[in-house]
Ligand binder design. Sequence first.
Ligand SMILES: Nc1nc2c(c(=O)[nH]1)N[C@H]1C(S)=C(S)[C@@H](COP(=O)(O)OP(=O)(O)OC[C@H]3O[C@@H](n4cnc5c(=O)[nH]c(N)nc54)[C@H](O)[C@@H]3O)O[C@H]1N2
Ligand SMILES: Nc1nc2c(c(=O)[nH]1)N[C@H]1C(S)=C(S)[C@@H](COP(=O)(O)OP(=O)(O)OC[C@H]3O[C@@H](n4cnc5c(=O)[nH]c(N)nc54)[C@H](O)[C@@H]3O)O[C@H]1N2
Ligand code: SF4
Ligand SMILES: [Mo]
Length: 775
Amino acid sequence: MTIRCATLPDMTIGLESTAPRICPLCEATCGLELRVADGRVVGARGDAAHVFSRGYICPKGASLPQLLNDPDRLRRPLVRDTAGGGRGRHGEAGWREVDWDEAFETVRAGLRRVVDAHGRDAVGLYVGNPNAHTMSGSQHLPAFSRALGSRWRFSATTVDQMPMHVACGFVFGHPSLIPVPDLDRADYLLMLGANPAVSNGSLCTAPDFPGRLAGIRDRGGKVVVVDPRRTRTAALADEHLPIRPGTDALWLFALVNHLAAAGLVSLGPAAEHLAGVERVVELAAPFTPEAVAPACGVPAETTRRIAAELAAAPRAAVYGRMGTTTVAFGALTSWLTIVLNALTGNLDAAGGAMFGRGAHGRADRPPVDGRARGRGWTTGRWHTRVRGLPEVMGEFPAAAMAEEIDTPGEGQLRALVTVAGNPVLSTPDARRLSAALDTLEFMVSVDPYLNETSRHADVILPPTDPARVGHYDFMLGALAVRTVASYSPPVLPPDPGGLAEHDILARLTLIALGEPADADVSVVHETLLDEALRRAVAEPGSPVAGRDPAELRALVDGESAPERLLDVALRTGYFGDGFGARPDGLRLARLLASPHGVDLGALTPRLPALLRTASGKVELAPEPLVADVARLRATLDAAAGAGADEGLVLIGRRHPRTNNSWLHNVPAMVKGRERCTLLVHPDDAARHGVADGGRTRLASATGTLEVQVEVSDEVMAGVVCLPHGWGHGLAGTRMSVAAAHPGVNTNILTDASQLDPLSGNAVLNGIPVRLSPVD
Ligand SMILES: Nc1nc2c(c(=O)[nH]1)N[C@H]1C(S)=C(S)[C@@H](COP(=O)(O)OP(=O)(O)OC[C@H]3O[C@@H](n4cnc5c(=O)[nH]c(N)nc54)[C@H](O)[C@@H]3O)O[C@H]1N2
Ligand SMILES: Nc1nc2c(c(=O)[nH]1)N[C@H]1C(S)=C(S)[C@@H](COP(=O)(O)OP(=O)(O)OC[C@H]3O[C@@H](n4cnc5c(=O)[nH]c(N)nc54)[C@H](O)[C@@H]3O)O[C@H]1N2
Ligand code: SF4
Ligand SMILES: [Mo]
C-alpha cells in the first residue's frame, strides 16, 4: 500500500507497516521495502515487486534504518559558539543548538558581512555527491547556486566524472549526453576502471549490476575487465587484464590502431551521423599495440585479440569508469571509449552504448532543415585566479579550492557554503584544504553530520532525513539501462522541529537574494514552478508547447513543492500526459498509483535528434581533444626511454560497505576487520621489507601517512592500493562510531597540482608513492 504520510495524522503507533522507498545511497536506485513501527524506520529489504531492481539489495541499502536512526545525526541547526574560541580552533569550539530562525539570521549576517566587504565573488559553493541522490539537489540547489551569483562553484564532479562530461560535450555537443552500456542486450562488455560488483555501477544505473553481468555470460557473451587490481568484478568476468594505472588512453588508442590496421572498422547504424573517423584513425597511428605495451603492461598480441573480439561481437560496449576518469588523461580516455563504440558500430545501437532517457526526459527538439543542431559546447569561459584553470560546466576544479582560499590578494575566496559534501576527506591535498577552511571569514555547511568538513563551519544546517522527504531520481534516470519511472513519497511525517532540504535551500536562496532571513519560502517554490511551466510551453516539441502557463499551474498536482515540481517535469516531458493532451502519459498521480515503479522499456536509438553539436554530427575528432593527443604521445616516447623500474604508484578502492566518506558512522558498515589497509603485491612487500599486518610509511609528493599493510597478489606489482573516505576521529567532529574506526585520509597524499587539463579533474589514481619503515 502506498502511504503519503502527509495525509496520515500520526503513523501507526505500535503497529508495523511497510512503505516502498528508492534507496538514495548509490546510482543503482534499488527499490526497497521499509518497515515502519512507532514512527521509525526499523527494517529494510529489497522490494521484490520493483520493476527495475526486482528485490536486489546490498548491505548498504539494508543498513538504511541504522543510518536514519543514527543518534549522531544532527536534527537541529548548530551555530559556532564564538565565545568558546572562535574560528580556527575547532578542537575547542563549542556549538549551540539554535532554532532555524536564529541559524538563518546568523547565515544572513555572515554572508552579508563578506559580500559587503569583498563582493559576491568572495563566496564559494561546494556541492557533494549526495545531491545526485536527492530531489532538492536537482530542484532547489541550482536556484540557490544562481542566487549566490558567484563564479566560485566547485563540486565532487571534478574528483569523479568530469572527463566524461568533457568528452561528451565536445563529441555530442552537450556534456550530459553520456552513453551507457546497454547491459541487458550486449554480447561483449569491455570494462575499464570500474568495479560495479562493489560500487553497484556508476554512469550506468543498473540495479543488480552483477546479475546483469552474469546475464551477458549466460547469453554466451563475454565480459573483459581491465584493472590494475583483480577486483570482485574481475573475478566475475571471463578475462581480467591488469594494466598500469593511468595508461588506458594509450591502450584504447592501440585498439583503435589495430581495428584500422586490420580493416575491422565497421560504423554500423550511426555511420551517416559520424564526422572525423579518418582523423581519429590517423591520430591512432603512433599507438601500435607494440608501442604501448611497455607503458601499459599489456602484451601486443592480447591487445590485438581484444580489438578483434570487440569487432567480431554482434553487440558490444566499451565502458570506462573511475579508473579511467581520475587520471592525468581522463578526457582522452573517456573520449576513446566513445570512439571505440563508434568504430565498432555499437554507438546508439541496441546492445552497444546507448543514450538513456529519464522518465521526465525532455522531448527531442524537432530538426531544423532536416538536422538536429545545437550551438556546440565549450569550456574556459572564465578562469581561476591563482592557476588560471578553465571553467568547465560552470565550475572550477575542487583541487583549486584550497589555493583560492589561502592565497591572499584581490578576488580571494573568503566564505564558503558546502551542501552535502565532505571535501576534507574527498578532495586532493586534504591537509592544506583543512587548514584553508579555518582561515575563511564565514562558512556554512548544509549537512546532517558534524564531520571533518562541517567542523570548520560557523553554521551547520542539517536537513531532515531521507525517510521524511520524497524521492525521485532526476539525475540518474538518463544514465539508466532502461527507462523507469519511480517515485517514493515520504515514508515518515515531517519532523516538527526539523527542516527539509528543499526548504533549507529555499531560505538560503532568499538570503542570497538579499531577502530577510525569515522570508516566505513559498515564493521560491512558486517561482521554480512558474519557471518550469514557462520553459515547457516555450519548448519546441514539448507536449504543452504554446499552452498558457497559468492554465497549467491550476492543474498541477502534489502535496509539497518537490511533488509539484516533479508533476510538472513528468507531465511536460517526453513520456508526459501533457496536462491532458495524452491521457495515458506520465504524471505524479500515476507514479503514486504505481509504488513499484513504471517500466517504460529498453533504450531506443536517438541519433541524430539529440545531438547539440554545431554540425549536427557526432564529432569524433573535436579540436580540443585532438590537441591533447600530443601530450599523450609524449608519455609514449618517455615510456620507451624509461627503465623497467618505475617505482610504486597508488590507486584507490571501494568496499561494499562504504559510501565515500559518510557511512562509517553506521555500526554495520564498519564491523569486522580493518578495511583501511594498503594492499601491497608480495614482490613489492619483499622489496620494501614490509610484512602482512605490519605498518608502513606511505609518502607522496604532497604528504605522508602511516598505514597497515595487507600483502596481496590482487594488485599488480608496482601498484599499491588504499581506499578513500577514511581519516575520521578528528578533533571537534561528532561521529562516535566512525571515530572508533578512523582509518587514514588517502587524500593527504593526492597532489592538487595534478589535473587532467581539459576537465580539471583531479588525478586520484596512479600517484607516485614511496614506502619506508615506520620509526
Ligand atoms: N582518493 C580518492 N578520493 C575520492 C574518490 C576516490 O575514488 N579516491 N572518489 C571521489 C568521488 S567518486 C566522489 S563522488 C567524491 C565524493 O565527495 P563528497 O561528495 O565531497 O563526499 P562524500 O563523502 O560523498 O560526502 C557527502 C556529505 O554529504 C552529507 N550528506 C549525506 N546525505 C545528505 C543529504 O541528504 N543532504 C545533505 N545536505 N548532506 C548529506 C554527508 O554527511 C557528507 O558530509 O569523493 C571523491 N574522492
Ligand atoms: N560500495 C561503494 N559503492 C560506491 C561508492 C563507494 O564509496 N562505495 N561510491 C560511489 C561513487 S561516488 C562512485 S563515483 C562509484 C564509482 O564506481 P566504480 O568506478 O565502479 O568504482 P571504483 O571502485 O572506484 O572502481 C574503479 C576501479 O578502477 C581501478 N583503477 C584504478 N586506476 C586505474 C587505471 O588507471 N586504469 C584502470 N583500467 N583501472 C584503474 C581500480 O582498481 C578500481 O577497481 O561508486 C559508487 N558506489
Ligand atoms: S546497490 Fe545502491 S541503491 Fe541498491 S541497495 Fe545498495 S546502496 Fe542502495
Ligand atoms: Mo562519485
